[in-house]
Design a protein around this ligand. Structure first.
Ligand code: GMT
Length: 384
């Protein structure tokens, strides 16, 4: 198949999923075209014959205070779909990609070209941003106008139906893990540098937005550290970082907390970790938690959104109500208190992560694309 992929090229989860999916599809022989405003973060280190990147360039004009990206993207889509003869377009994150795809599709229809569009909902495009009246009518419209719609968890599917009038069947296709990359490796020398006296290592990875509740990570860590010698690694960067830094200073725990900023080889950091903390206010899936589990790191999370579909209570970690840092700390200590318990949770985390292996999930996308393409061919026959 010739597949177009539109996504955010930044460090957000939706861009990571889109990029890893495209790379996986290309490895299986499909021709994959990424169309976005800069090279997706996880694509840069890759050269594959059947993997293409089309940069959406915008026009600088004195009248534009905000350059009209949507218009430039729609025009680029028309061009790429037409000249690369794409079979299907897959857009990740509804805003603005689903409505832009609809526009491109309508333009192509005037020239007799049919392009099926699949939209994957990732989370905040529904839960935080999408629901907002600023975007809601367009989000609902463009979901209904997509030929296929997928969501990354059952919880996100439910929320989409609860909040919008959707007349489309939403297919749940879970996010996945590439075990070639995410597996526990021996990083003893690094572990020694971070925790020279055998302290436990807690870790959090995110883009430090409000929804991630970074200060809850610090509060949980403080409570654990009061009982067990431990260190905290904070990976990523974003608007909430300075609040977190301030809290560490106020609590006088700076010497045990390392802010590592944005890091590419996350798996090398996960390789030395004992526990992953994800206290999000909402989380449709929690890819970062799954990546940790693939590296045999148990998870302390909230029970928000799709997290209970990933993190199994008392097995791969524990789930608490949003904001209940006392419960999270108690659960963290119960896992870390002895080696036998930690080992059992590590084993369960890996076992659960394996059910999300890329090799199992990728065929679901291939089958879904084929189903949508076949339906379009059938519809076309009725129309003509
Ligand atoms: O929250 C992020 O890190 C980014 C965000 C996005 O849309 O780029 O992530 C969402 O999509 C990820 C991939 O499907 C999910 O794993 C995250 O749970 C989801 N984030 C939220 O729902 C807050």
């Amino acid at each position: 198949m010739k597949i177009g992929i539109v996504c955010y090229p930044t460090y957000g989860g939706s861009g990571v999923v889109a990029t890893e999916l495209g790379k996986g599809l290309a490895r299986k022989g499909h021709q994959v075209h990424f169309i976005t405003y800069s090279q997706p973060a996880r694509l840069s280190a890759t050269f594959q014959e059947n993997l293409y990147f089309h940069e959406v360039r915008n026009l600088d004009y004195p009248l534009f205070e905000h350059t009209p990206y949507e218009t430039a993207l729609a025009s680029k889509l028309v061009d790429v779909i037409k000249y690369e003869k794409l079979d299907i377009l897959h857009v990740h994150y509804a805003i603005p990609h689903a409505n832009v795809a609809y526009l491109a599709k309508k333009i192509l229809l005037t020239e007799g070209k049919y392009i099926p569009v699949v939209t994957t909902l990732h989370g905040t495009d529904i839960t935080l941003v999408g629901k907002n009246p600023t975007f809601a009518p367009v989000v609902a419209f463009s979901i209904n106008k997509s030929d296929g719609v997928t969501a990354v968890s059952e919880s996100l599917k439910r929320e989409t139906y609860d909040h919008f009038k959707i007349n489309k069947e939403i297919e749940v296709i879970y996010n996945f893990i590439d075990f070639e990359r995410f597996r526990r490796s021996d990083k003893e020398h690094f572990k020694k540098a971070i925790a020279p006296n055998g302290e436990k290592i807690l870790i959090h990875v995110s883009n430090f937005r409000k929804v991630k509740r970074i200060t809850d990570v610090i509060k949980v860590f403080k409570r654990v550290r009061d009982v067990l010698p431990s260190k905290l690694l904070l990976v990523g960067d974003g608007p909430e970082r300075s609040d977190a830094e301030r809290m560490c200073r106020e609590l006088n725990i700076c010497e045990d907390v390392r802010f590592l900023g944005k890091q590419d080889p996350v798996e090398e950091l996960l390789a030395i970790a004992d526990l992953f903390i994800l206290p999000s206010g909402t989380e449709s899936f929690g890819l970062a938690a799954l990546e940790a589990m693939a590296c045999e790191v148990p998870v302390i999370s909230t029970n928000a959104g799709g997290l209970p579909e990933i993190n199994l209570q008392g097995k791969t970690g524990f789930l608490s109500d949003v904001g209940d840092v006392d419960d999270m700390a108690k659960n963290a200590i119960s896992i870390l208190k002895d080696e036998a318990t930690l080992k059992e949770f590590r084993k369960n985390a890996l076992e659960q992560a394996r059910t999300f292996d890329l090799d199992n999930i990728l065929p679901n996308y291939e089958a879904y694309y084929q189903k949508i393409i076949d339906t379009m061919v059938f519809d076309k026959a009725i129309v003509s």
